[in-house]
Design a binder for this molecule. Structure first.
Ligand code: SF4
Ligand code: SF4
Length: 367
């Protein structure tokens, strides 16, 4: 039997439109009652990357979270919300800055913060991820400067608490190794249902400093791998060129072959997002095919701090796994000799003060 993925159009974040679109996306899959049962505890896992406002397009939109909370409650189940933002940022600060605390009060659900961790196969997971009967994953449709795109699989890395995320970057610095960590995390906290917020998506230098696109889409399904495969197809790249999708598919965690995915609602052809610009080595892999590995050695890139934009908040410095960042009254600087290019500093900076330097070859291939 084919894996089902629904695509529903939704032009903007007007509450009633989002509510209807979310319901339709679930109904096409048989209704939310197929996935969530009465009295179950349901963890809703949005992407709350850092202290941003909804208009920044960095985090799962509040109206999408609100609509999913409503759907879960309508089933007679008990939703709660939780995520772990990047780097040294506390969840409380990110929730507050994003307006999630007010939303949680309004819809009367608990917002979780990691009080403890449970280490599973070497990965420190926030313990509340094991307190739910079901998990609903709400990724944001975005590019990722290190991984190419960030979708349903990568969003579950938010289960790793606080600075443990940076610690894993240090232990597994290459994108390939890091993709294995993402897959291992995904296996531990595999969600039961996914709804990707692509009403406003982000291309170019995502996941926090890219260009916003009014793509007007919600994508839903049970299979995170299939969701990421459809996302890739919609933005014009081969699903298996995304390391996380390929590894998850190869380890039989889900379906990435579009011939085995039944798309319900809108079809892929009518939902394509044109000129979606993907950053990072993924682009190189796609352009150069078999020569990508060889050429990648000549492609140099690294983060830098735009001193004009830097507010010296210290979050990047405290989040850097190898202490490569110096911020004081006179200096905001990154030591590229120490830097392992994990791009955590880029993710956590809410002022878009961390950019990416590229050498000539990197620029030549549009990376
Ligand atoms: S670069 Fe960004 S995160 Fe780092 S200190 Fe400056 S403003 Fe803060
Ligand atoms: S300076 Fe380098 S190692 Fe440190 S957070 Fe930024 S990219 Fe990662």
């Amino acid at each position: 039997m084919k894996t089902k993925v629904s695509i529903v159009k939704c032009k903007d974040y007007e509450r009633i439109k989002v509510e209807q679109a979310v319901r339709k996306a679930f109904d096409l899959l048989g209704g939310i009652g197929t996935f969530v049962k009465k009295n179950e505890k349901v963890l809703i896992k949005p992407n709350i990357l850092s202290v941003r406002i909804p208009e920044d397009g960095v985090c799962t939109h509040l109206e999408v979270i609100r609509a999913v909370v409503k759907s879960v409650k309508d089933c007679g189940a008990f939703p709660f919300i939780g995520d772990n933002p990047g780097g040294s940022l506390s969840p409380a600060k990110a929730y507050e800055g994003y307006g999630l605390i007010s939303l949680a009060k309004e819809v009367e659900v608990e917002l979780k913060e990691a009080k403890g961790i449970k280490v599973v196969n070497g990965i420190p997971i926030a313990s509340y991820f094991f307190e739910s009967d079901k998990i609903i994953n709400l990724p944001k449709m975005k590019t990722h400067i290190l991984m190419g795109i960030t979708g349903a699989i990568k969003n579950m890395y938010g289960a790793v608490a606080g600075l443990h995320k940076s610690g894993l970057h240090k232990k597994f610095p290459s994108p390939e190794e890091f993709a294995n960590v993402l897959i291992d995390t995904f296996k531990i906290v595999k969600p039961n249902l996914v709804l990707m917020d692509g009403i406003v998506s982000m291309d170019q230098d995502g996941p926090s400093s890219g260009r916003l696109r009014n793509s007007g889409l919600l994508i839903a399904g049970e299979d995170s791998v299939a969701i990421d495969a459809v996302f890739a197809e919609l933005v014009g790249i081969k699903p298996l060129s995304v390391a996380t999708t390929r590894k998850a598919y190869e380890t039989k965690l889900g379906e990435a072959d579009l011939r085995n995915i039944e798309v319900l609602g809108e079809n892929i052809k009518d939902s394509l997002i044109n000129d979606f610009e993907i950053p990072g080595k993924l682009g190189l892999a796609v352009i150069l095919g078999p020569f990508a590995k060889f050429a990648a050695g000549f492609v140099k890139f690294g983060p830098y701090i735009n001193k004009r934009l830097c507010k010296k908040c210290m979050i990047c410095r405290d989040s850097c796994p190898v202490q490569a960042i110096t911020i004081d009254l006179k200096i905001s600087n990154i030591n590229l000799k120490k830097c392992i290019r994990c791009m955590c500093c880029h993710e956590v900076c809410q002022y878009k003060a961390v950019g990416l330097k590229k050498n000539l070859l990197a620029r030549r291939f549009g990376l």
